[in-house]
Write a protein of this length. Structure first.
Length: 462
């Protein structure tokens, strides 16, 4: 009895430590979608004790002040830019008295303002140049994901962790909007609203002139689907999520929200996820309605399913575990793409699966991949992330068996939050999941270290 009570006490203490580390954001953000302005007046509290940190704020946002929690004095701050860490944000810190170390109070106030181009006329828009980290005003709405650092984001330098998930109690005031959506809350109709979340969440803001619906348990924001089409998309989502939940035994937790909007460039079209929102960005001809055969409630073809599978997979590799360090892109994008490949096999069948493998093989035909043992984060390009890694993991699957790969993925997802996802972790997590040292050595020798690594991969995956 005593032992179990002690365990419970320890368990609760642990939870409290975890809760204590999640920053809490309050205050007000004013937006105008016609003027392209953001005006933030916020207070950050419940900050963890970090010695080596920076505070990120979008490069288009100008600081009025950092101020103490009691509103008595301003904090002096040092501002710098480190593109390796975030190309979207300036980084700030408070120097201590001797200007030697960084000092982070338990709470602080921050006030900032910024004005961004409103690009409503695509004729004058650039071909490219929109991405998840862009604060986008397209004339009808603002789209700002956590990657933009439209709200201040604390970065733990020591552990290479962005603390972009916060609990919040925030008023959004948008004078020229009809609807407002803040990730983690339900969308609302109106120009102003108070949003609250007790669960830590990455804040993505979408506000403007748009409609939304709720079908079953899923929100559809600005997608303009009819209710039958929403059901079709919803049932594919359920199939994919069920597959992942079954494999990982980790519940998906929140219902997915689908959000569609146009980019501020002519040609960018992509999807991204800020869990639990899946954002679909593209010009009108690529809107969500375009996935359906004209005037029907049937998907044109199933090729978009693989993209949904990829985005939905990011709940696991992106939210449950947030990869970092040298193999960040391998764990974040490569493994998620491998999940999408498995989903395609499960829900669409063998033929679609082999087609996808062929796409990877074609995409890497002239590609010379660096060895995963020595590759650097900045060298992991799109071909490596989205084509080579799924092939490499498929080679692993052929060598050790599929179930043991799932077992490894489960082990990775259960790792400590602060783990560094580097090559050492790749190895130790495999061994921890039950792969024998000798099995790892053989795999490493043949598919990672060998001069013929890529040839060996290609041979076995076919
Ligand atoms: Zn992805």
């Amino acid at each position: 009895m005593k032992i179990s009570k002690l365990l419970i006490v320890l368990f609760i203490a642990n939870i409290q430590i975890l809760i204590a580390q999640i920053p809490h954001l309050t205050g007000e953000v004013k937006v105008s979608i016609l003027n392209g302005t953001i005006d933030g007046d916020l207070e950050y509290s419940n900050l963890p004790k970090l010695k080596n940190y920076s505070i990120w704020l979008n490069t288009g946002l100008n600081l009025r002040y950092f101020r103490d929690g009691e509103d008595k004095f301003n904090y002096g701050n040092i501002k710098y830019y480190d593109e390796e860490k975030s190309s979207e944000a300036f980084q700030y810190y408070f120097p201590d008295k001797d200007n030697k170390d960084r000092f982070l109070p338990e709470k602080f106030k921050i006030n900032y303002v910024g004005k961004f181009p409103v690009i409503s006329d695509t004729l004058k828009a650039s071909n490219r140049g929109d991405w998840k980290g862009n604060i986008a005003f397209n004339g009808k709405s603002i789209r700002a994901s956590e990657q933009t650092a439209w709200y201040p984001i604390l970065y733990d330098i020591e552990n290479d962790v962005e603390l972009n998930k916060v609990t919040y109690d925030i008023k959004i005031n948008c004078i020229d909007c009809e609807s407002i959506y803040l990730n983690g809350s339900s969308p609302i109709k109106g120009k102003t609203a108070n949003f609250k979340s007790d669960k830590p969440i990455s804040m993505m803001l979408f506000a403007g002139i748009f409609d939304f619906t709720k079908n079953n348990h899923t929100y559809f924001i600005n997608t303009e689907l009819n209710s039958e089409q929403e059901k079709v998309l919803g049932s594919w989502t359920d199939k994919i999520v069920n597959f992942y939940e079954n494999k990982f035994k980790i519940p998906y937790e929140n219902s997915v929200t689908y959000l569609y909007t146009t980019p501020i460039s002519k040609k960018n079209a992509w999807m991204f996820v800020t869990y639990p929102t899946i954002a679909i960005i593209g010009q009108e001809k690529y809107n969500v309605k375009s996935y359906f055969a004209p005037n029907t409630n049937k998907l044109k073809d199933n090729s978009n399913i693989e993209y949904f599978a990829h985005e939905l997979g990011h709940y696991y590799f992106g939210t449950v575990i947030v990869p970092n360090s040298e193999l960040r892109w391998v764990f974040l994008e490569g493994l998620t793409e491998y999940l999408a490949l498995q989903t395609v096999k499960e829900v669409l069948g063998e033929e679609s699966y082999h087609k996808k493998i062929d796409t990877y093989l074609k995409g890497t035909i002239d590609y010379i991949p660096k060895s995963m043992a020595t590759i650097k984060n900045s060298e992991i390009d799109e071909t490596y992330r989205y084509y080579y890694v799924p092939l490499l993991v498929t080679a692993l699957e052929k060598e050790i068996g599929k179930e043991r790969v799932w077992n490894w993925l489960r082990t990775v997802l259960k790792s400590e939050k602060s783990v560094k996802t580097d090559y050492e972790f790749f190895k130790t997590s495999l061994v921890k999941s039950g792969i024998k040292e000798i099995e790892f050595k053989n795999f490493e020798e043949k598919y990672i270290l060998s001069e013929k690594a890529k040839e060996n991969v290609n041979k076995i995956v076919k």
